[in-house]
Ligand binder design. Structure first.
Ligand SMILES: Cc1cc2nc3c(=O)[nH]c(=O)nc-3n(C[C@H](O)[C@H](O)[C@H](O)COP(=O)(O)OP(=O)(O)OC[C@H]3O[C@@H](n4cnc5c(N)ncnc54)[C@H](O)[C@@H]3O)c2cc1C
Length: 491
């Protein structure tokens, strides 16, 4: 039986492990942490439960396909339902807006609360769909480097659609063509952060993200994101994959540049293929100790932005809030200048508050709520994070308290904080970035690491820093693509 080593049990690694084990390979997963999930971890503070990373579950069809490829059934393993209300937005001027999943209802809300028409929202979402339809088959589900794309319908569609996908226009400029009200522009600009990018630099092509959220759908996951992680692990184990937790891989063994195994502790283990779900830069620099052109290149690429997260176990309920809440910065452009150019957190930051106990009461005591509070932050560049988090904590408490009209601080029963530096230490992500390399550059999709390593036969990559990119669905797609690439090689 052919043997495959998987380094890391994040979404990409779990997807690849479950599928490859189902195809009959002997799969072993080596994970440095005591539990699976990577950035998508699980935290308990007293009687409160938190997902440590991702909260918004989108593109369920990707997970359905992944489970099916591994001989499982997502909908039998997990309960998830569409979100009627995706996000509640708060501005300092007193405006509150509910972004409904139903596009007509959402467009009507924008017209009622902001200065843009429902028709402009619908026109924009139609264009976002067109961008998605033009790009998805190649850039999400396919292989952008494949020269044979020129003979495929998807390739022609992408070429013919170039004028529509606006790769050389920034998201912010693009949004100004559809909307006049700064608040509507800010609302749609925010989607750049879903790839860890800056809306004043990132290409308008990222407008596919609102299409994914409003048209393809965002969902509530019962049991949290961690339930999805555990379901994938269970499926992989059922298929025969073996998990080794608390087992960091120190090195990938090479023979004439071919990847032939891994080293953990003192032990050298030979495998027919090695799949790295660890960050691409960590894999090249630490695991391969490579001085290749690729290693040099990944070091030079700009990492995506990161985040500071406060996990607040609240001993009170807040009916003013819903599952997803955004408290916007009064000066969004300045916030991104501070993050991407000055490499510090914004002085008036945008704050995201996710509260899963609103739909899953098991996540908090009956009279409390579990607040996951995320603030955009620069990647780790040896900032003084103790100082930053002390300042941010005061700013965020003051901002939310002012906006909802009551002091939230006395409600915090327990808390924990996670900085980009902590994220780097826990997951080996490059500079603590969340989404691999930034998508600020129109060529970013081509610069990402392909799933098959060109320099080292036998080595494959999957996860948010590899193709097709970051976020749970894309990291999972990456694992599915890596499983196919390994299968083709070992045939
Ligand atoms: C705060 C935050 C909020 C987010 N919000 C969302 C969201 O709402 N929606 C969304 O879709 N996505 C979100 N994301 C992004 C999402 O979490 C990631 O894109 C995705 O989980 C990455 O999966 P991955 O496959 O790249 O693996 P990772 O999660 O990066 O895991 C890689 C694993 O490899 C292990 N590893 C690394 N090096 C070694 C080694 N040498 N030996 C052994 N093991 C090793 C690590 O410990 C880790 O477990 C968020 C992330 C964060 C941090």
């Amino acid at each position: 039986m052919k043997k495959i080593a998987l380094i890391g049990a994040g979404f990409g690694g779990l997807a690849a492990a479950a599928i490859l084990a189902h195809r009959g390979y002997a799969v072993e997963v080596f994970e440095q942490q005591p539990t699976p999930g990577g950035k998508a971890g699980d935290l308990r503070l007293g009687g409160w439960r938190f997902d440590t990373g991702p909260s918004l579950f989108t593109m369920p069809a990707v997970f359905e396909k992944c489970f099916a490829l591994a001989g499982g059934d997502l909908n039998a393993a997990l309960s998830h339902e569409p979100m009627e209300l995706i996000t509640r937005y708060f501005w300092d001027d007193g405006t509150t807006l509910d972004a409904w999943q139903d596009p007509d209802r959402f467009a009507a809300e924008v017209e009622a609360k902001l200065g843009d028409s429902a028709a402009s929202v619908k026109r924009y979402l139609k264009r976002a769909k067109k961008i998605y339809d033009t790009t998805a088959d190649i850039f999400l589900y396919g292989n952008p480097w494949d020269p044979l794309n020129i003979f495929r319908l998807a390739g022609w569609r992408a070429l013919a659609g170039l004028p529509f996908i606006a790769p050389f226009t920034t998201m912010d400029t693009f949004h100004r063509r559809y909307f006049h009200d700064e608040r509507t522009i800010q609302l749609f600009d925010r989607y750049a952060t879903y790839t860890g990018s800056d809306p004043y630099r990132a290409p308008a092509t990222l407008a596919i993200i609102p299409h994914v959220e409003y048209a393809i759908g965002a969902r509530n996951l019962r049991g949290g994101v961690t339930a999805l992680v555990r379901a994938l692990q269970t499926l992989a184990e059922k298929n025969g994959a073996q998990f080794h937790f608390n087992t960091p891989v120190d090195r990938i063994m090479k023979k004439n540049d071919r990847a032939v195994g891994i080293v953990t502790g003192e032990e050298e283990r030979l495998f027919d293929a090695v799949v790295s779900n660890a960050d691409v830069t960590h894999t090249y620099l630490s695991l391969l100790q490579s001085e290749s052109e690729a290693a040099d290149r990944y070091q030079r690429h700009e990492p995506s932005i990161s985040g500071v997260v406060f996990y607040w176990a609240m001993r009170e309920k807040f009916p003013e809030l819903t599952v997803n809440n955004i408290f916007f910065s009064g000066d969004y452009r300045r916030e991104f200048e501070e993050i991407s150019i000055k490499h510090r957190c914004g002085f008036d930051p945008t704050v995201y508050v996710n509260i899963t106990s609103k739909f899953d009461p098991a996540d908090a005591p009956a009279d409390g709520e579990n607040w996951f509070v995320l603030i955009n932050a620069p990647y780790d560049d040896q900032q003084d994070w103790a100082l930053e988090t002390t300042r941010l904590r005061d700013t965020v408490i003051e901002k939310i308290s002012r906006r909802i009209g009551r002091n939230i601080e006395p409600a915090i029963a327990h808390e924990q904080v996670r900085t980009p530096k902590i994220l780097r230490e826990l997951t080996n992500t490059n500079h603590g970035s969340i989404y691999g390399i930034s998508s600020n550059d129109p060529m970013a999709a081509f610069r990402r690491q392909p799933v098959k390593c060109g320099d080292h036969p036998g080595l494959f990559f999957c996860g948010g820093s590899a193709h097709p990119g970051g976020g749970m669905p894309l990291a999972t797609l990456s694992g599915m693509m890596a499983a196919d690439a390994v299968t083709r090689r070992l045939k």
